[in-house]
Design a protein around this ligand. Structure first.
Ligand code: S3P
Length: 437
């Protein structure tokens, strides 16, 4: 990333109201998975509603480097010409995953059982993130993988013969679960993965859409190796994690209401709705009829007085990417909010607990940083200068804080918003935020 690129900032003036209707771009998790499964399927996979963001484009470029032909008739439509289970070929150079944790971890699973070597790298943030959580179960399957002190570059030595395992995930992580399931497609025998708490299940739903038989019972998924995938048509709903910024803005300032259309509301993603409702939020979910693989809804949000809560730990994994936005709601609520059991936030694109505590402190909010959470005393938000630590969700969360702030907020280092939500400033302005970028 060039210095000029990394120095981009937002200046956000305080506003008192958000309103209207908007539609957020496609889901990031589903877009990554659609590309990858499409690449190893037989025949054509057509993806509609694809998220045209830096993270998903890293996955797309990696698949092309692995020999998959991909057409893009327009920004949100992708045609993947699948090469079948045995069709990938060695990339000529290291595969650069940019900022994308999902891409690198899922590719580890996909590439562990290939007959060729691969090297996976990323940007400065990704090169600091833990990869052993994925490498460890893949090694149990017989994969030959090196990390550098647990971090990228990840070197995968090909030609390993993978065997099925029964694996109990030590942490609730959809990326680890998905990597094991992808490797399981190339393993001999029936793999099972058991999770300590439910995490997003897009991989399981999508594999079934590609014709793979899998069994789900309680916290366990079982999948027999050797099954072919059949290309299909995928409709990607709007990304709940992008909608989250507008949901929080609406809870704080949509006096006439704010509508967010066509949002994916898979129950493994919507813990934020439950958390905000516990605080007194007024959010209506109007489900679209029909039986798509992923449920879709229009969300109607109205401003309501929010009060602090103790967040039930069982909701944490169901809202894992929404905490930056949620902490803004907590800062603007009456009373104390306590989040624990969220230590995973320390190993996201930034240490999100530390970055949010620092930023909220800058805005005059009393906030205690715990090893696995935050204690926030709701109050009046001043303005101030915020360091996003190059983390897209920290940048967008503090932009939303402007609906409750008394003075302008300047957010530094916002270029990475393009990894998940390049249209954020434009949509935020349409909803009423006074954001200059
Ligand atoms: C994701 C899983 C989550 C989430 C990430 C996307 C996925 O990470 O934070 O943004 O697409 O599987 P973990 O698996 O590390 O919990």
């Amino acid at each position: 990333m060039s210095e000029a690129h990394s120095q981009r900032r937002y200046v956000v003036q305080p506003v008192r109201e958000v309103r209207g209707e908007l539609r957020v771009p496609g889901d990031k998790s589903i877009s990554h998975r659609g590309l990858m499964l499409g690449g190893i399927a037989q025949g054509l996979t057509e993806i509609h509603g694809f998220l045209d963001s830096e993270d998903c484009l890293a996955t797309l470029a990696a698949l092309r480097a692995l020999g998959v032909a991909i057409e893009r008739p327009n920004q949100t439509q992708v045609r993947v010409h699948g090469r079948g289970r045995a069709g990938l070929r060695a990339a000529a150079a290291a595969l650069d995953m940019g900022n994308a944790g999902t891409a690198i971890r899922l590719f580890m699973g996909l590439l562990a059982g290939q007959p060729f070597d691969s090297t996976l790298i990323g940007d400065a943030s990704l090169m600091r993130r833990p990869m052993e959580r994925v490498a460890a179960p893949l090694r149990l399957m017989g994969a030959c993988i090196d990390t550098e002190d647990g971090r990228p570059p990840v070197r995968i030595h090909g030609a390993a013969r993978l065997q099925a395992i029964d694996y109990a995930l030590p942490i609730a992580s959809a990326q680890v679960k998905s990597a094991v399931l992808l490797a399981a497609l190339f393993a001999e025998g029936r793999t099972s993965v058991t999770e300590p708490a439910p995490t997003r299940d897009h991989t399981e739903r999508m594999l079934q859409g590609f014709g793979v038989q899998l069994e789900r019972s309680g916290a366990c998924v079982r999948l027999a190796g050797g099954q072919p995938l059949q290309g299909c048509r995928l409709e990607v709903p709007g990304d709940f994690s992008s909608a989250a910024f507008f949901i929080v803005a609406g809870c704080l300032a949509a006096r006439q209401g704010l509508t967010i259309r066509h949002v994916g509301v898979n129950p493994t993603r919507t813990g934020l709705l439950q958390m905000l409702r516990l605080m007194g939020a007024d959010i209506e979910v109007r489900l679209h009829p029909g039986a798509a693989a992923e449920p879709v809804a229009d969300l109607h949000v109205r401003a309501a007085p929010l009060h602090g809560v103790r967040v039930p730990e069982e909701l944490v994994a169901l809202a894992i990417d929404e905490f930056p936005a949620f902490f803004i709601a907590a800062a603007a609520a009456r009373g104390e909010t306590l989040v624990t059991g969220a230590g995973e936030l320390r190993v996201k694109e930034s240490d999100r607990l530390a970055a949010m505590a620092e930023g909220l402190g800058r805005l005059g909010i009393e906030c205690e940083l715990l090893p696995d959470g935050l204690r926030i005393q709701g109050g009046r938000l001043r303005g101030g200068r915020i360091d996003s630590h190059g983390d897209h969700r920290i940048a967008m969360a503090f932009a939303v804080a402007s609906v409750a702030a008394e003075q302008p907020i300047q957010i530094e280092d916002v270029a990475n918003v393009a990894t998940s939500f390049p249209l954020f400033p434009a949509l935020a302005r349409a909803a009423g935020l006074a954001i200059e970028d």
